[in-house]
Design a protein around this ligand. Sequence first.
Ligand SMILES: [Mg+2]
Length: 202
Amino acid sequence: MILGIDFDNTIACYDGLFHALASERGLIPDELPTDKTAVRDYLRRAGKEDDWTELQGLGYGPEITRASPFPGVVETLRYATEAGTEIHIVSHKTRTPYRGEPHDLHAAARRFLGHHGISPALIPADRVHLQPEKEMKLQRIGELGCDIFIDDLPEFLAEPAFPHSVTRWLFDPAGRYPEEKRFARFISWEQIERTFRDTVSA
Ligand SMILES: [Mg+2]
């Protein structure tokens, strides 16, 4: 079994981090929901697009270790590893942000994985694939021969170039896509782990 997993918003949860970064800088009211999208929408409505750009550079860069793995993700990876699964992280991530300070986003992602005991502890460093372009991410998923790929974006899973042999699982922790019928949809990593256990023991 070869399992591929997206990184941003599938393994790494940024909701608390972006709320904290914005709140510490006095950019949002404290009562704003602890949700990355809510922070982004608030700053855009307030005409603070530049602040949002700066926060993203920090959140995906030097401050990334303050983001958290989603609950249950580390346990699922541990189970899968012990079950003999070959796990790869395949992420679409530019080396530096599109705008703002040139933080090294690849080094930051690897620091997050080390800090939270994911890689190299559970996933060797050479199985962490940070691809600067979306097309390279699709290609890598195919080259690796993933049996299952997990991602938080239905539009990515629905890409015409997505390798057809791969079973696609949608991670939807905020319940944004209740109508999605094309892919199995999961609202938690606990749910993913249960289905994964059934899959490998079938
Ligand atoms: Mg993602």
